[in-house]
Design a protein around this ligand. Sequence first.
Ligand code: PLP
Length: 470
Amino acid sequence: MDNPTFRQAGHRVVDWMADYLETVSARPVTPSVHPGEIARQLPSKPPEDGESLDAILHDLDTILMPGMAHWGHPRWFAYFPANTSPPSILAEMVTATLGAQCMSWATAPAATELEQVMMSWLGEALGLPAGLTGCIQDTASSATLVAILTARDRHADDHHRLTVYTSVEAHSSVQKSYHLAGFAPGQLRLIPTDDHFAMDPGALQQAIRHDRGADFIPAAVVATVGTTSSTAIDPVRSIGEITAREDLWLHVDAAYGGSAAVVPEYRHLLDGLEYADSFVFNPHKWLLVNFDCSAYYVRDVAALHRTFGSSPAYLATQADTKVVNYRDWGIPLGRRFRALKIWFVLRTYGLSGLREMIRRHVALAQEFAGWVDDDPHFLRVAPTPLGLVCFRAILARDADPSAEDRFTRRLLASVNRTGRVHLTSTELAGRAVMRMAIGGRTTTRADVVAAWDLIRERAAQDRRAIASGG
Ligand SMILES: *Cc1c(COP(=O)(O)O)cnc(C)c1O
């Protein structure tokens, strides 16, 4: 593709993008495709000769788009938000255009220095305690793996005697990380939670004491600020007092919840973070920076480098002793220029714009929680500190909870089948739960009202169907 063609094609593609953003709300939130249906429409071999952009865009519209779930749809209430935004999209275009490999300062001086400044801006935005230094990781999963590996390497040998602690509600990436770090199943302790699904620090202390007695070496705790199932907030301060006293690495996973700290009234969620050895949150979830962009902060940068530092001869540069080389801060060597989209987003919206959005989402979630609480057919099953409401359907006063589980799952499927909204489910205390995650950039009160109306209407239909033997 020559440059004049690229220029023209670029304008067309940007028009396509703007049209998509303008019309996404008119599409079904999720597609109605069967497994294999998309692949079947694609040729089994790559084309021998090049094709026109017209042909490619035509197939994008007719083959791929009908198979897309629209994460940016204002009625997407599933999982956690994974927002994008116009300035972030534009920055990604520039990043792709520059095609820089940001592995070393010398290979991308401006990208390295912008990343340093952006990590410091984000730290300032969240009010992070002094002494934490940040870098960008692709995902929170990678950041947690980095934390566990670094914590492991603080102990010279005896890795088979180390133990790691997290709550039963921790994200699956914690177990994955611990497995990838070479630990055996018997080295992980899943600490029970209180009835709000937050880690019980007393049980943590007991488990550590018990392990020391059994000749284990307690090495690390992963606490969560905003668990994935229910946004439970582990008591970081109480946990930190234990990890400080017992000399364990404390990693705080705030993948979703951390962004809320841009709002002063939610800063208390990070209370006790001064005890953390490492901390991760995802601007790609709730700060309008599109996937992937995870902000990882660490107290002891030297410990990080002991695990991840590498200086092969073919990468050596004269600047190495004077600069930050981000290849030494994580797993991959090559790194994308991700700081650019943070810069575009923070400058476009300002902290005031981001605060306004998060306050709006949390207020909508509080309102939705109130509707659930006021409706005798539903029960809210977890606190709603942020933008997620967890609830289930209630049948009669003395109904069998497993019948309510079946009813709740059937209701979720029936609501999602309409394609008008999308919610996901989880289990809390072994019971089926619907998750309504409110955090879309363009989600309005009308969208939330529509979702609640649809849920109640379908629930009433399902109850009538059951009453008549359906
Ligand atoms: C979403 C989430 C993760 C995983 O995030 P990725 O960036 O997709 O790896 C980890 N922990 C928590 C608490 C999450 O909510």
